[in-house]
Design a protein. Structure first.
Length: 201
């Protein structure tokens, strides 16, 4: 059953992903496989997703969006939020981006991640994935309502598509499937979704 990412695992993945980029990009870290550096450490909460936007990098987590202007070596808070953010995505040109989270929470940027503002995906379902084809066309998916250890079936699920950068949205029919993985080809017109469907006996 798909769940929102746990803070421990999500934070570990962020550290690993950013450290990989720094290791490849910097001769100072070219000591061979297994060289990792902690580049973002929070006193509380979690970081759940990271993406690269040109030469910049963005990350999203519990209560904040972060931005790096040096390939992930140093980080600053770009936007404080009051919610759990699960995923973040940049358009291929690196100027526009979106991050999504619980209860349909969504933030968007149009200036390369310097500033972020609340956006409306047209749903209050927990959003766990966002994928962009280009600066205008994107998909979001989600499962469930709120964060709880109690799961009541069937859970609501959604897959939504926007062709105007997230200003308006249309529901995509998914025949009862709950999408937990979403991938689009940047600059293309194809995407794949992975998930499961709960059937009642």
């Amino acid at each position: 059953m798909a769940r929102m990412p746990t803070p421990t695992n999500a934070r570990a993945w962020l550290v690993l992903l950013i450290a990989v980029a720094a290791t490849i990009a910097s001769p100072a870290h070219a000591e061979g496989p297994g060289q990792w550096d902690l580049v973002l450490d929070l006193p509380s909460g979690s970081v759940n997703a990271v993406t690269f936007a040109g030469d910049d990098a963005w990350a999203a987590g519990s209560g904040a969006i972060f931005r790096s202007a040096d390939g992930g070596r140093t980080w600053a808070t770009a936007q404080l939020t009051s919610t759990f953010l699960a995923d973040i995505e940049a358009s291929p040109d690196g100027q526009r981006g979106w991050t999504v989270g619980v209860l349909g929470e969504m933030f968007a940027t149009s200036d390369g991640g310097a500033t972020w503002s609340a956006a409306d995906p047209g749903t209050d379902i927990n959003l766990n994935q966002v994928e962009a084809f280009d600066a205008s066309t994107l998909l979001v998916s989600g499962i469930g309502l709120g964060l709880s250890d109690v799961i009541i079936e069937p859970q609501p699920a959604t897959l939504r598509r926007s062709t105007d950068g997230g200003a308006t949205w249309n529901e995509v029919a998914i025949d009862g499937y709950r999408i937990s993985g979403l991938e689009a080809i940047p600059g293309g017109d194809r995407a794949w979704a992975a998930g499961q469907r709960c059937t009642q006996p």
